[in-house]
Design a protein around this ligand. Structure first.
Ligand SMILES: [Zn+2]
Length: 256
């Protein structure tokens, strides 16, 4: 049994949801966490998690890609949505810093820090998005004295980059990037990360696996990420799967 800890199951390629869910389950992916990206999506995430409470979990947050001048005013709505959340809404995110996207750094930081504070107030873990801003992101987490952990999603890069996050109680989301032979550094790093810090994710419909370029990604591809990870780490895939399943439940405070 596998847990896809980061899948945008509320996006168009997964309609009808029932069919997509059956396909994921047939592949052994029985639980999926849907991260929030913008305010408009929170209602859909709430509805989906209430429709399939055994299989779908969610998070509310503001992704750095979609920020604009009025984003600060949306934070009040985020606080309200979190206060009124159903029991399958288990994290704040995805949120963070993106050093590539054309959104002012100052705006990104302000909205990110506000979301750290909301997660702290609501006693929820964070789902972090980070591109080329690891040191800055870590600094902001640290100075907020954030203590509820979460997942640094979309691992790509070095052990050194993510070690401070692991020490702060975060897990690292491992996805399809590791299936590309050219992702040498990431593949070597993933073999060296502590096993209790790892969780699996597809980030579907984004981040197609090697061999599936140009197609929307699907949570049903998660077993291939597991197989690849087990090979790179030279571990038994079944034992690794059990471990990652436990890690996923632990970080989001779920029974299972
Ligand atoms: Zn994402």
């Amino acid at each position: 049994m596998l847990f896809d800890t980061h899948c945008h199951f509320d996006f168009a390629p997964f309609v009808p949801i029932e069919t997509s869910l059956v396909k994921a389950q047939a592949a052994g992916v029985s639980k999926i966490l849907i991260p929030g990206t913008k305010a408009k999506g929170w209602v859909t995430i709430s509805q989906l998690t209430q429709l399939y409470p055994q299989h779908l979990w969610g998070a509310y947050g503001l992704h750095p890609y979609f920020l604009h001048e009025k984003s600060a005013s949306v934070l009040v709505a985020l606080d309200k949505a979190l206060a009124e959340r159903n029991s399958n809404i288990i994290a704040v995110g995805e949120c963070g810093l993106d050093g590539v996207v054309d959104v002012p750094a100052q705006l990104q930081e302000a909205i990110f820090v506000a979301q750290i504070d909301l997660a702290q107030q609501h006693h929820l873990p964070l789902i972090l998005h980070c591109r080329k801003q690891h040191q800055r992101l870590f600094k902001l987490l640290k100075s907020s004295r954030f203590e509820f952990g979460g997942v640094l999603h979309g691992f790509s890069g070095s052990v050194e980059q993510v070690k401070p996050f692991i020490d702060l109680g975060f897990k690292v989301g491992i996805g399809g990037v590791i299936t590309y032979p050219r992702a040498n550094k990431t593949r070597q790093s993933v073999a060296r990360l502590p096993v209790n810090s790892l969780v699996l994710e597809t980030d579907a419909p984004d981040m197609p696996l090697c061999g599936y370029q140009g197609e929307p990604n699907h949570p049903a591809h998660l077993p291939q990420v597991l197989t690849c990870l087990a090979e790179l780490r030279q571990e038994n895939p079944l034992e690794l799967a059990q471990r990652l399943w436990r890690n996923s439940h632990e970080v989001f405070h779920l029974n299972g």
